[in-house]
Design a binder for this molecule. Structure first.
Ligand code: ADP
Length: 177
């Protein structure tokens, strides 16, 4: 991220985050209630580098962030090496796993591959600050919340694209220093 391009206070995280107003909602995983086949389908039907993990779809409360490549590796390894992992195995990102009925397939525990404290900003955070955080912490992505509910995601590329647009459309809105 180029240091010379700065945002004015006018641009907020909500202006840069995905999904945009008419886009389909953010693709998230829930901390429980998903099966291996559900996650494999999601992996093959999307191109995102990662997925936020939430307590439930209703609450949209953030639990963590998991990279697609870590999901892929974990599931592949478990299918190969862990007894009883099949398509219908339950996946848990929770700390505690409820007791399973004796005949049910093995569960796959994925809490360890999840980032438990992904960086978050609120939708009203000035992009100037977001860019600063990206630079200083070397972030690849950052999650956006509103009143504690997960709302969206901003990747480094989203910021670069937005900067390029601002440069093209409205030179006066950029401060060069
Ligand atoms: P990049 O921005 O580097 O291409 P991704 O492939 O992860 O990274 O994301 C592509 C686009 O999709 C970005 O605009 C990003 O904001 C958005 N995005 C990333 N993850 C998700 C997700 N889980 N659900 C919905 N949109 C996402």
């Amino acid at each position: 991220l180029e240091a010379k391009e700065e945002f004015t206070h006018k641009t907020l995280a909500m202006d840069v985050m995905r999904p945009r107003r008419n886009d389909p909602p953010l693709t998230v995983l829930t901390q429980d209630g998903l099966k291996v086949e559900d996650v494999e389908t999601l992996i093959s039907e999307t191109t995102y580098s990662g997925f936020p993990v939430v307590v439930s779809r209703e609450s949209q409360r953030l639990v963590g962030f998991v990279l697609k490549r870590d999901l892929v590796i974990s599931i592949e390894n478990a299918r190969k090496r862990q007894d009883g992992i099949v398509s219908s195995s339950d996946i848990y990102f929770t700390e505690h796993i409820p007791p399973q009925p004796p005949s049910s397939p093995s569960t796959l525990k994925l809490r360890k591959v999840m980032d438990l404290s992904p960086f978050t900003v609120t939708d009203h955070t000035a992009m100037e600050i977001v860019v600063d955080i990206f630079r200083k912490l070397g972030l690849r992505q950052c999650l956006v919340t509103h009143n504690g509910r997960l709302l969206g995601i901003i990747t480094k590329k989203d910021i670069l694209k937005h900067m390029a647009q601002v440069v093209n459309q409205d030179p006066d809105s950029i401060l060069f220093n």
